[in-house]
Design a protein around this ligand. Sequence first.
Ligand SMILES: [Zn+2]
Length: 118
Amino acid sequence: MNLRQAAEMALEALEDIFGKEKKDVGAINALRQALTPEVTPEVPCKTDPRAPHGFDRNASHSADRYVCECEGWEPPRRQWVGLTDEEVKYLTSHFDWRAPKEQFVSVIEAKLKEKNGG
Ligand SMILES: [Zn+2]
């Protein structure tokens, strides 16, 4: 076993203890930095400001090249918000059913737009 493999084992052990997301442990940061190859990723980095960047050890190992953390990252999707039972009850009981049915569709559409940020 060479020094690099030993360092990788040490990093894994520390990550197991502190958790992979822990960012403020000096020894973890030092090992990560020392183990990060001084090469740029082959796949261009994502430009989204929220994208994480850094050496993705597991992905790089299986892909046999430098893989940046941002490569497998997707921007978080906004959760679709539907109508609650109460809202359905309210909308159906307050609608004038003598009006054209298309109007009811518009009411629902407007309500859903409102709940989902326009
Ligand atoms: Zn990146």
